[in-house]
Structure formats: structure tokens, C-alpha cells
Design a protein around this ligand. Structure first.
Ligand SMILES: [Zn+2]
Length: 305
């Protein structure tokens, strides 16, 4: 099998994982020694991906077809942080499309903050929940079916699931007004704070750092803000005219490779503050118990006070 980097077409790839962190099933994940992009190989074909996402994905990962109170609570907490990120960047209003809107907490809360917010979500159960629980304008549909033009597009934990990040950015550019803003959040592969047992997944086709994400976007977008924690948050502005893609700087791939190779349990527990995780988990469980039995709308209301 010849493995080819999706970003720079190099064949010099370094294996970084051979199993799915969750299921233990065989999985090939490689770092490109030329540009530093990390990707699954071989990539699954479009048809099998589509089948997986339309029905199985939510069940696999969350054990449910519609969100439970604890899922709503987590999404609402994330929505608060994401809206704060937009606010810090001076993005306070306008038309907004959330791609991969899930059960609609972000769309519902963004609307309350003053955005004309809508969403698109392929999962039937979740998009139906967004409409019935929050009266949120979330249509059921594949992300390729998004239409219209928006001031702001948000896409949280979607890009890592797509077969061609560069193609996704070209499509996103078409959905934005000139100079429009794109807010992307993906897992941050170089984070020390992710447990080694929670890093590589069959559902994740690409694994990004700021350099590789900026590069995938570079034909159509310039990066205007970046934040890292366990996740990578990046804000982009649409370029007026597409230009040739820029690869990460020379030496980046080697640096990324060293960081990846150093990511073990010891590094996670000490430098990634993994020793704190059981305490944080306990706090989450207590918070989640507090909201169990509340409806999604009640949870959102309690957080917006
Ligand atoms: Zn490459």
C-alpha cells in the first residue's frame, strides 16, 4: 500500500498509531515527514463514511439517538466558551451558519446573543431535537448541502471527519460573504492534556496542529486568531481571491514528530496535568447530576442567567 499525504502528496510517512484508542481495532495513522500533517491511511471511501455518520456515529460515541441532559449540559458549556471566543474577536452579530450543529445548543444560544443563527446537521435525531426543543433553525442535511452566504460560519469537531480538508475550505469560502469569518474547532493533536487512551479514532481522518490547519486553509483563508487547550480553536478571514497553498515552515514536520513521539502516559500525567483528571471528572459528574431531569431548554435557561 502506498500512502500519500493529503496536503503535500509526499510518500514519506511516519506511523504514529496502529490501533483505535477507544476500540483497539486496527487503524493506520501517519505523520507526513515533509509537511507534518497527521492523517489516517488508507482513508475510508465516501460511501462508507456517509453510512456511518447518518446512523451509527452518535450511537457509537454517545450511546443514544437523542441527547441526554448531560450531553446538552456539556454542549451548552462549550457554546458559552465558543461565543466568548467570537466576542473577543469582535464578532457580535450577523448571519451565522453552524455546520454540524448537533442538537442545536450553540445555534439556540447564539440567537439569544443577537446572531441570525442557523445550522445544518446530518443526524436526524439530533437535528429534530434542535427544532423541537429550542425552535432552532437547524436543517437535517449533509454539510455539502449547505447553501446561502453568511457573515460567520462555525464548524466544531467536523473537519477532522472529512476526507479532504482543503476541499472543505474551498466549499466554506463559497458560503461566506467577502471577508467573512470562519471559526473552526478540532481536537489538538499536539496537546499534552489528551490521554493516550483518547487520541486516535476511526472516525477521525485528520489530526491537526495550528500549522497544518492553517496550511490546509491557506488557499482561501488567512488565520486571524488561535487558541489551544485540549482543542485547537482557529479563526479565519476569507481571502478575496484564492491563492496557492502554503505549506508549514521547513523543520515543522520534524518538530511535530518529536512532540508526537514524546506523548506517552508519563508525559500526560505530569506535564499534561493528567493527575487532575479524576477530580475534574468527579466535578463533571456532580454538575451533570444537578441537571439530570431538566429539559434542554431549562438547562440553557439556567446557564444564560
Ligand atoms: Zn505532507
Amino acid at each position: 500500500m502506498t500512502i500519500c499525504c493529503n496536503l503535500c502528496n509526499s510518500h514519506t510517512m511516519h506511523r504514529v498509531a496502529d490501533t483505535d484508542s477507544k476500540t483497539g481495532a486496527a487503524l493506520g495513522v501517519f505523520l507526513c515527514c515533509n509537511c507534518g500533517l497527521i492523517q489516517q491511511a488508507p482513508l475510508p471511501d465516501e460511501e462508507s463514511l456517509e453510512k456511518y455518520y447518518s446512523t451509527l456515529y452518535r450511537i457509537d460515541y454517545k450511546g443514544t439517538r437523542q441527547p441526554k441532559a448531560k450531553h446538552v449540559f456539556r454542549s451548552a458549556n462549550q457554546a458559552v466558551a465558543r461565543l466568548a471566543f467570537l466576542k473577543r474577536n469582535g464578532l457580535l452579530s450577523g448571519t451565522l451558519l453552524d455546520i454540524g450543529a448537533g442538537s442545536g445548543e450553540f445555534v439556540a444560544m447564539a440567537r439569544k446573543k443577537g446572531y441570525a443563527a442557523t445550522g445544518i446537521e446530518p443526524n436526524e435525531g439530533y437535528s429534530e431535537y434542535a427544532r423541537s426543543e429550542y425552535s432552532a433553525e437547524v436543517v437535517t442535511g449533509k454539510i455539502q448541502e449547505a447553501t446561502g452566504q453568511y457573515d460567520v460560519i462555525t464548524m466544531f469537531h467536523v473537519l477532522e471527519h472529512l476526507r479532504s480538508p482543503a476541499e472543505a475550505f474551498a466549499n466554506l469560502h463559497r458560503l461566506l460573504v467577502p471577508g467573512g469569518s470562519l471559526f473552526i474547532e478540532v481536537p489538538w493533536i499536539l496537546s499534552g492534556a489528551i490521554s493516550p487512551s483518547n487520541r486516535y479514532f476511526k472516525a477521525h481522518l485528520f489530526y491537526f496542529d495550528a500549522e497544518t490547519l492553517a496550511s490546509c486553509a491557506s488557499s482561501h483563508f488567512e488565520m486571524t486568531d488561535v487558541e489551544t487547550s485540549g482543542n485547537l480553536l482557529m479563526l479565519f478571514r476569507a481571502k478575496e481571491t484564492p491563492c496557492p497553498m502554503e505549506l508549514p515552515p521547513a523543520g515543522y514536520a520534524e518538530k511535530a514528530r518529536k512532540k508526537i513521539d514524546a506523548q506517552g502516559w508519563l508525559n500526560y500525567v505530569i506535564h499534561g496535568k493528567g493527575w487532575r483528571k479524576p477530580f475534574a471528572r468527579l466535578r463533571h459528574i456532580m454538575d451533570e447530576q444537578r441537571v439530570s431531569g431538566l429539559s434542554g431548554s431549562q438547562i440553557l435557561e439556567s446557564m444564560q442567567k
